[in-house]
Design a binder for this molecule. Structure first.
Ligand code: FES
Ligand SMILES: [Fe+2]
Length: 441
């Protein structure tokens, strides 16, 4: 069988995209795209008086505060004889290598070489690898792109900027696979019905009709994927056992590392209690096959009864019984959505062999996401800003999400309950109060 030339061209272009997509290192097309955005390095609270080794986008670095409290990010190996600056000493004006005392400021300038002759100009010839750092919202951020001398302003994150509740940041959930396995999960909403069952455990009898995945028109899922100025979102409006009540679920992604799920949450009938929390998180990309999740949530005073837990606590176990003959790494994993996601994402491979996939109609979100990533990679390759890069000062990433039950044409989810929404854009109702998908025109 012969293949047409056009097919060959198309396939090789797609293969090229699949090769580029998961790459995060310097000089790779994926990595160059990622370097056009600000990235989290660590939480402010964790950076005290000791330098911390940190691998970012395949580069081994050290983050520290100088004696004045100013954060800095340098290459980890001292340019003298390559000792690790992880063991360096914090000084008033920078970080001193413990081996022979060479000292660096936060911009990588070498400001002392105590063993060199007084009149040596060697230190003026040394400029160590450095990246600009900003501290905002409880997070140390860096920009690792070619514009590092004059980077675009740090884009603020709506949830972290809020003052009408308690913002909680949780780090430390490190995964051993490519960051896109995680991000694609947010474009792939169908998995929620199969993998998680969308079943809330211990739901009271009277609320079961609203949490009933036996309702036939949930499959295929009525999903809408919407490209946004910051990335994309997926919205599902699902029937419940009560024709008046819908279950709405929104997942959003902001290029290239932010996700939102369970933003403003409305609980069950009859009062549709507003749970008064908004949240999501971001990825610290370590390298092609490792990343760390940094979750952020805003908790406001409200009538949600709590307790609220989020994240993946260490040692988390599924709810199913582990059989003695089950030797799989995560046996007994079923029953906890966060653990279910981890198991299945990791099982795809540290960098999945995506050319072996067979995508179907339910993968429209994944396909949209790849188009968005592809466009961003191409934009960077041709000297343009990729999607979501904000050049204006004090830019704010505003992502609205909603999760929960709504009574058709009665409950209004207005801007007052969705403070992160910009001009009502993306609300789940139109101006007449009818449920809508995505952005009203
Ligand atoms: S190796 Fe760092 S000062 Fe010599
Ligand atoms: Fe999931």
């Amino acid at each position: 069988m012969t293949e047409s030339k056009a097919e060959n061209v198309g396939q090789s272009a797609y293969q090229k995209l699949l090769d580029d997509l998961p790459r995060t290192g310097p000089g790779s097309r994926g990595g160059e795209m990622l370097r056009r955005y600000w990235h989290p390095v660590c939480l402010s609270a964790n950076l005290t008086d000791i330098p911390i080794a940190v691998r970012m986008l395949c580069e081994d670095l050290v983050v520290f505060r100088d004696g004045k409290g100013r954060p800095g990010l340098l290459g980890i190996h001292c340019p003298h004889r390559l000792a690790s600056l992880e063991y360096g000493q914090v000084r008033e004006d920078g970080l001193m290598c413990s081996y022979h005392g060479w000292r660096y400021d936060t911009q990588g300038r070498c400001i002392d070489q105590p063993l060199e002759p007084r009149d040596s100009d060697l230190k003026s010839k040394i400029r160590h690898l450095w990246y600009p750092v900003e501290e905002w919202g409880g997070v140390i951020w860096t920009y690792m792109g070619s514009e590092k001398e004059n980077p675009p302003p740090l884009q603020k994150i709506d949830v972290l900027a809020r003052t009408d509740g308690d913002v909680k940041l949780v780090d430390g959930d490190v995964r051993n696979y490519n960051y896109l396995n995680w991000m694609e999960n947010f474009a792939d909403m169908g998995h929620a019905v199969v993998l998680h069952g969308l079943q809330i455990r211990d739901v009271p009898e009277e609320l079961k009709p609203y949490n009933d995945y036996s309702i036939k028109n949930w499959t295929p899922l009525p999903l809408e994927h919407v490209e946004t100025e910051f990335g994309m979102k997926t919205v599902a409006v699902l029937d419940t056992g009560d024709p008046e009540v819908k279950f709405v679920n929104t997942w959003s992604m902001a290029m290239p590392i932010h996700w939102r799920f369970s933003g403003i949450r409305s609980g069950f009938p009859p009062d549709f209690t507003d749970e008064r929390q908004e949240g999501g998180g971001m990825i610290r990309i370590i390298d092609d096959t490792h990343f760390e999740l940094i979750r952020y949530n805003l908790f406001r005073n409200g009538n949600f009864p709590g307790p609220i837990v989020f994240g993946l606590p260490p040692g988390l176990k599924g709810t199913t019984e582990k059989k003695a003959h089950d030797k799989r790494p995560y046996s007994g994993w079923e029953g906890v959505p966060a653990l279910e996601d981890l198991v299945l994402q990791e099982s795809q491979g540290d960098i999945p062999e995506r050319r072996l996939e067979h995508l179907g109609t339910s993968d429209r979100g994944v396909i949209m996401m790849r188009r968005i990533w592809h466009k961003s990679i191409e934009d960077v390759a041709t000297g343009k800003d990729p999607k979501g890069v904000e050049r204006k000062q004090n830019g704010m990433l505003e992502v609205d999400t909603f999760h929960g039950h709504v009574k058709v044409n009665e409950l209004k989810i207005g801007p007052e309950n969705m403070p992160s929404s910009r001009d009502g854009q993306g609300l789940i109702r139109d101006k007449e109060g009818k449920l809508v998908f995505g952005e009203p025109s």
